[in-house]
Design a protein. Structure first.
Lengths: 305, 353
């Protein structure tokens, strides 16, 4: 049983960046905009957070600046797609390619450096045997992500602004004729997505693996995008999916550690293959996807025509 | 203030000028970037746009980068025109390199080789790339799985597979444990077409691919059906054009060409299988395809520009003391610039009070 606590603990940590990014992208997509730039925004968030923390010694500042970088990149994406009407898929790809290149460039002086993250523990709860190390000794953002999930679910399902945001995603022209500013609402959703991806990247380089390595996000931005589809755009399903994928990643580590006679490269393929398998299982039912997908997803809206 | 005003009809002139404008804009952004980090912007831009092509050797090196970029971008142009977003050309390239490389390692006895054998190995690369793309096509066709995400995930799988093979089955037994295969013998390497340089026949194959791609899109019925499906899916369905066959054709063509590029890389400049055989050609080719207006002849121009960025990035390491990762930044900026300039196809700028 004692072996279980670290497995649960590391699953929660591995799932957190996926959940943060996917929740941001979920809100983003619920407004009708798909941003394929998540991988790039996460990488830029990761290097920004790492560089800031090395320079100023403050983990908090690292997280804040990573979020700011995510928002700035998302704002640029929003300007191109929402105001200039550029293709969302192509612009998102450009954002990812740019983020991959720019983070590799900015990160060169930090290659191989590592940080010593502070330890956290919730008083009293953290001392419970088994449960304490498994659940109550994590970075605050691990709990923050859970709180964010509840908040997003409440916002989208129970509040008026959430309803308006969903309306914009389903039928921007109806929302427009009711007098809502479709562009501004979409901008807000895209900026939120950028912030979450920036934070997710910061979590990668400051907490999950506290070091910088080129391309360290390793496709998690894309997996997060796939997660929103698996979850049929529902926040709690995103949480379940994120922990499932966190668990798969950790499983591969543990299999390597106990010496399962499978090459490490083949084990490392598992999260990617799992993504494809789950995507196939979910997408198989085309009607179900169509019913759940925001109807205007990926389609630009121009209020002047 | 400058305002955007919608044109009555899209401007053909701007459709052609926008890529040129984007290149100029990228150069301007690059100059600003260089001045920010304290380099002389003019001297820096010379490294990117002039130094690579100042002599024959430079041209041949650029040509070696054009070869894979152009080969892949021709396939992607066809794919994107059909509205099939194959983002995983990098993975198809890697698999093409593996199948071609494995075939060479299996047959190569140091004596044989020659034109027919090389052609066979290149075909193995094409088949490998096609097979890898076929996974994406099959999952899209039968299970409606998003081709962007599937093809992208398969890139990571392909790279890990290559790493697995060069650490294991295909590793050079006399290589002191280095993760790479043995060197291919001379009979299995692509012939050099420009004496005293490294420029190999891959560039000719790429140009042939561009011409055939152009003929396919503009002269064949199959190519026509494919494009109608991309522009107006409803019209295509009404006309009875199968969207399934468009999906398969476009993915197989682009996968096969990416596989060919991978095979030509390992049988050309690299000469063996190593863990990293492509500096992101498959992703750069996406930008090349868009900047080349998804036109097989247009991509000749844009792959040349992209090749300059690659060589410029390598040169800037020695000339400017800048890391070669700068290439990636330029690539991103170029695509952004193009997307921004494309706005002018449907809109015009007006001074308004």
């Amino acid at each position: 049983m004692d072996a279980l606590a670290p497995v649960i603990a590391s699953t929660l940590i591995a799932g957190t960046p996926l959940m943060l990014a996917a929740l941001g992208l979920l809100v983003n997509e619920r407004s009708g905009v798909i941003n394929l730039g998540s991988e790039g925004m996460m990488l830029m968030g990761a290097i920004t957070a790492f560089a800031t923390t090395v320079a100023f010694g403050s983990f908090g500042l690292g997280f804040v600046l990573a979020a700011v970088v995510g928002v700035v990149m998302a704002a640029f994406f929003a300007w191109l797609t929402i105001w200039l009407g550029a293709n969302q898929v192509a612009t998102g790809l450009a954002l990812s390619l740019f983020g991959v290149g720019a983070s590799a460039y900015l990160g060169l002086p930090y290659a191989g450096e590592s940080l010593q993250p502070p330890q956290f523990a919730i008083p009293i709860l953290g001392d419970i045997p088994l449960l304490g190390p498994a659940l109550f000794r994590h970075h605050p953002l691990v709990y923050g992500a859970v709180a964010l999930c509840i908040a997003v679910a409440w916002f989208l399902g129970r509040t008026r602004p959430g309803l308006i945001l969903r309306a914009v995603g389903e039928s921007p022209s109806s929302a427009h004729s009711l007098g809502y500013n479709v562009r501004r609402i979409r901008l807000a959703a895209v900026l939120f997505g950028g912030m979450c991806c920036g934070l997710a990247g910061a979590f990668m380089s400051l907490v999950y693996t506290p070091l910088w390595m080129e391309g360290m996000v390793a496709g998690r931005g894309w997996i997060a995008l796939a997660l929103t589809t698996f979850a049929t755009w529902r926040p709690f399903r995103v949480m379940a999916g994120a922990y499932l994928f966190g668990g798969i990643t950790i499983l591969t580590f543990h299999m390597q550690a106990v010496g399962v006679p499978i090459a490490s490269q083949l084990l490392s393929m598992l999260p990617y293959i799992a993504t494809i398998v789950v995507l196939v299982l979910i997408s198989r039912n085309a009607t179900w996807i169509r019913l759940n997908m925001p109807a205007s997803l990926g389609k630009n809206f121009n209020p002047n025509t | 203030m400058l305002r955007l005003e919608r044109r009555a009809r899209p401007s053909t002139l701007m459709a052609w000028c926008s890529p040129l404008l984007a290149v100029v804009l990228t150069a301007v952004c690059g100059a600003i970037l260089f001045s920010v980090v304290g380099k002389d912007p003019i001297a820096s831009l010379r490294v990117f746009f002039f130094e690579p092509v100042k002599d024959l050797h430079g041209w041949s090196e650029v040509g070696m980068k054009v070869a894979p970029l152009l080969t892949i971008a021709v396939g992607l142009s066809i794919c994107f025109r059909a509205n099939v977003f194959n983002i995983g050309a990098e993975g198809q390239l890697v698999i093409g390199a593996i199948t071609a490389g494995a075939l060479v390692l299996w047959l190569d006895d140091g004596e044989n080789g020659g034109a027919w054998m090389i052609a066979l190995a290149l075909l193995a690369g094409v088949a490998g790339g096609m097979a890898w793309a076929a996974i994406t096509a099959f999952l899209r066709d039968h299970f409606n799985a998003n081709e962007i995400l599937v093809s992208l995930m398969l890139v990571y799988v392909a790279q890990l597979l290559l790493s697995y093979l060069v650490h294991g089955a295909l590793m050079d037994p006399d290589g002191f444990g280095f993760p790479q295969s043995r060197l291919f013998s001379d009979g299995w390497l692509l012939p050099v077409i420009l004496p005293a340089t490294r420029l190999h026949i891959g560039i000719a194959l790429a140009l042939i691919a561009a011409v055939i791609g152009w003929l396919y899109l503009s002269k064949s019925f199959s190519g026509f059906k494919l494009q109608v499906g991309g522009i107006a899916p409803m019209a295509a369905r009404y006309a009875g054009f199968s969207s399934r066959s468009s999906l398969w054709i476009s993915l197989l063509i682009s996968g096969g060409l990416a596989g060919l590029a991978g095979a030509a890389e390992v049988m050309g400049p690299i000469g063996q299988l190593t863990p990293s055989i492509s500096p992101g050609y498959g992703f750069a080719a996406i930008i090349v395809a868009f900047v080349g207006r998804l036109h097989p002849v247009g991509v000749i121009f844009s792959s040349f520009i992209m090749a300059l960025f690659y060589i410029g990035g390598e040169l800037s390491q020695s000339r400017l003391g800048m890391p070669s990762a700068i290439t990636g930044i330029f690539q991103g900026i170029l695509l952004f610039a193009l997307l921004a300039c494309d706005v002018l196809i449907h809109n015009r700028l007006r001074w308004a009070r």
